[in-house]
Each structure stands twice: as C-alpha cells, then as structure tokens.
Design a protein around this ligand. Structure first.
Ligand code: NAD
Ligand code: ZN
Length: 260
C-alpha cells in the first residue's frame, strides 16, 4: 500500500492486545448504502433537520417515514462487503479484547458475523413507541405497508429505532465504550466524517489514554490531524489487506541473534 505508515500500522495492530474499531456510513458505501456526507452523500439531496429529528417526525410523519422506509429497503438489498468481513476476522483474532463501535444503523456488521458490536446510533430495523416503550423488530418492508406506523399497544406514533439528532446516545452503548477506552491500544476509525458527537470524540478519548489512532477514509476528516496514521482509500480495499498483513506480522517470529 502506498502509505509510508502501512508497515508500522500492521505492526501496531499485530502487537495490540486491546483493539477498538469505530465505523461510520463509509464502510457500507461499497455495499450500496448511501452515506450522509461526503461525495454522493444523502445530505446533498435532503436536509437533516427536515428528516432525522423528533420534531420533523411529529410535524410530518408521512415524509419522515417514507424516507426511513426507503432506507430500510436500500439496506435490505445490500450485502456486507469485504471490509465488514475483515472486521469479523479481526474480532476472531483479538477477542475478547475487541470492541466494534458503529454509528451505522444498517445491521451489516452483524449480518457479516461480528459479535461484539455496540450500536451507537440504534438500528434502522426497529419500531419504537416513545409513549409506552413498545418496540418490535422489522424483518422486511412490504410495499403495501402503510407509510406511517402507529403503536399497536397505545396508538401513539411509532419512531424508527435510530438515534435522531438531538436525542441522547443509549446509555448502555456509551457505558461499553467508556469502559473499553483504557484497554484500547489501537483504534481504527473507518468511514466516518467525524461530525456527530459524542462518537466523534472517541478518537480523542483513546489518544488521551495513550492509545494509537489509525484512520481509513478516502477523504480527510477532523480526525486526520490527530491520527497516528491516515490510510487514504476505500475501506473495502484497505481493511481486508490491513488485517491480512497484520496477521502475517504476528506469525513472523522475532529475529534472534546467536552468539556462538
Ligand atoms: P457520514 O455520511 O457523515 O460520512 C461518511 C464518511 O465515509 C465520509 O468521511 C466519507 O469520506 C467516507 N467514505 C465514503 N466512501 C467510503 C469508503 N468506500 N470507504 C471508507 N470511507 C468512505 O457518515 P457518519 O460519520 O457515519 O455519519 C454519521 C451518521 O450517519 C450516523 O449517525 C449514522 O447513523 C448515519 N448513517 C448511517 C448509515 C448506515 O447505517 N449505513 C448511512 C448513512 C448515514
Ligand atoms: Zn405505545
């Protein structure tokens, strides 16, 4: 690979005992799921404040739900890509000292086979009632389903199981991450524009605890400057190679010097 840091990163990864990975929409881009920001991002076509907020949902449920149903369909047509699969291999190698924190709501990491996944922003395939706590899992999106779902228990408007702008991060998710930070020797930041807090603060927390930060992205982000290494390029190409090369590094025995 063309980064001067490539070899170094594979050594860091091989030697790390605690590994955290933070992913964003970019890791699913090569599966055909549109990102929000960046080239071809959804925000170029839609305004977030019109769609991904509780106020918008209450004001215009039909419009907001049409958008989320469209996103569900897109994800159901998509398959995990080589980057998702490489993170499964990485987990199998490093577990139980491994945590995958995703801002994605598409469930593709789990479909690829990842186990230790923290969904920081919830999941697209859930309906949730903020009134009575009812929730259900969604397996498919039939075109005849009505666009706006209401709670079968109390009749209140349902909301998709994602964290909308202005909503807090699920407490359990934040707890898992904070607990793992001191054990993180290396954090891989893959395919996130690092604009949404508190997820965007995770690289800084890791650095403050002495861990290394490695970023994989075709474009620079606010993380790039603080990262110990920036690997420019698409996740589907770089992440499998990175994991593969790191595993090879581990297999090479340390050189010994013989005297006599
Ligand atoms: P974002 O859309 O803000 O940024 C996407 C990033 O991915 C950009 O930095 C872009 O340069 C990078 N990227 C594009 N193609 C890539 C590739 N092939 N390989 C690696 N990186 C690539 O995404 P974000 O930072 O996750 O945004 C935050 C919010 O977007 C999250 O809250 C998340 O819930 C939501 N979101 C999720 C999905 C999903 O679940 N798939 C899709 C869109 C948005
Ligand atoms: Zn209800």
């Amino acid at each position: 690979m063309d980064s001067p840091f490539w070899d170094l990163v594979t050594i860091w990864l091989a030697r790390a005992s605690g590994v955290m990975v933070l992913t964003g929409a970019g890791i699913s881009a090569e599966s055909g799921v549109p990102t929000f920001r960046g080239k071809d991002g959804l925000w170029n076509r839609f305004r977030p404040e019109e769609l991904a907020t509780l106020e918008a949902l209450q004001r215009d449920p039909e419009r907001v739900w049409t958008w989320y149903r469209w996103r569900r369909k897109k994800v159901l047509q998509a398959q995990p890509n080589p980057a998702h699969r490489a993170l499964v291999t990485l987990e199998q190698w490093k577990q139980p000292h491994f945590l995958l924190v995703t801002q994605n709501v598409d469930g593709l990491h789990q479909r690829a086979g990842s186990q230790a996944v923290v969904e920081f922003h919830g999941n697209l395939f859930e309906d949730v009632c903020l009134q009575c706590g009812f929730h259900r899992r969604i397996e498919s999106v039939a075109s005849e389903d009505s666009a706006v779902p209401y709670c079968p228990r109390c009749g209140h408007l349902l909301k998709p199981g994602v964290v909308m702008f202005g909503e807090p991060i699920p407490e359990q998710a934040l707890h898992h991450v904070i607990e793992f930070i001191p054990r993180t020797d290396i954090l891989l930041v893959i395919g996130t524009s690092a604009q949404v807090y508190p997820a965007a603060a995770i690289p800084r927390w890791v650095k403050d605890h002495g861990g290394k930060v490695v970023e994989v992205n075709p474009e620079q982000t606010p993380v790039t400057e603080m990262a110990d290494a920036f690997l420019r390029g698409p996740a589907g190409k770089l992440v499998p190679k990175l994991v593969q090369d790191a595993m090879k590094k581990q297999q090479v025995p340390h050189e010994r010097t013989f005297s006599g």
